[in-house]
Design a protein around this ligand. Sequence first.
Ligand SMILES: [Fe+2]
Length: 236
Amino acid sequence: MGSCFNNSSLACSHLLASDFSRPLKLPKILHLDALEPYMSQRTLEMHWGKHHRGYVDCLNKQLENNNVLYGYTMDELVKATYNNGNPLPEFNNAAQVWNHDFFWESMQPDGGKTPEGGVLQKIEKDFGSFANFKEKFVNAALSVFGSGWIWLVLKTKEKRLEVVKTSNAVTPLVWGDIPIISLDMWEHAYYLDYKNDRGKYVNIFMNHLVSWNAAKARMARAEAFVNLGEPKIPVA
Ligand SMILES: [Fe+2]
């Protein structure tokens, strides 16, 4: 059976050979120079090639003989290992794998500029203006103490967009909120390109890297789960 990693009867208790895509693979970044000159190839080689790969490798090692966390999607794994605020040993690696997958997709070549359509309307509604949002995002990023992340999320209960910051590996996913954009505020994300000038890094992200295309797609998907307006289909 392909899913058996050790000889214990518990680990061999699955009927199917499916391994639910384990071991996890590091997703490929096709062009490591795609974000030049704003995020250098050298940074991508180190950040994606070493740090992100390290989280994937460590998580695979932790999951190798774990029969309890078998069969989870990445989202479920992050939530399950967060364990309602009492994280299991796998949480940091699982969350950092998720966070980095999400971060790479939060950027694009020739990014920045301004969002369009539904994302822009929702930003204007919830922050007053795009300029207000941008100021709030940048200020929040600069106030992250130590390592962490900054996020634009759709709060599912409040049904509004908010800027939130998290420490270390924590992701808003664990509170049931829907991330729209993220920015890695760990030193390994910016030090090679910007040394300790966090302000420059954050502003470059906002003006040249952030992918509003990704945000637009994520908002559209989020709206399938969070009703931001009146239901259009009458209930029978
Ligand atoms: Fe990172």
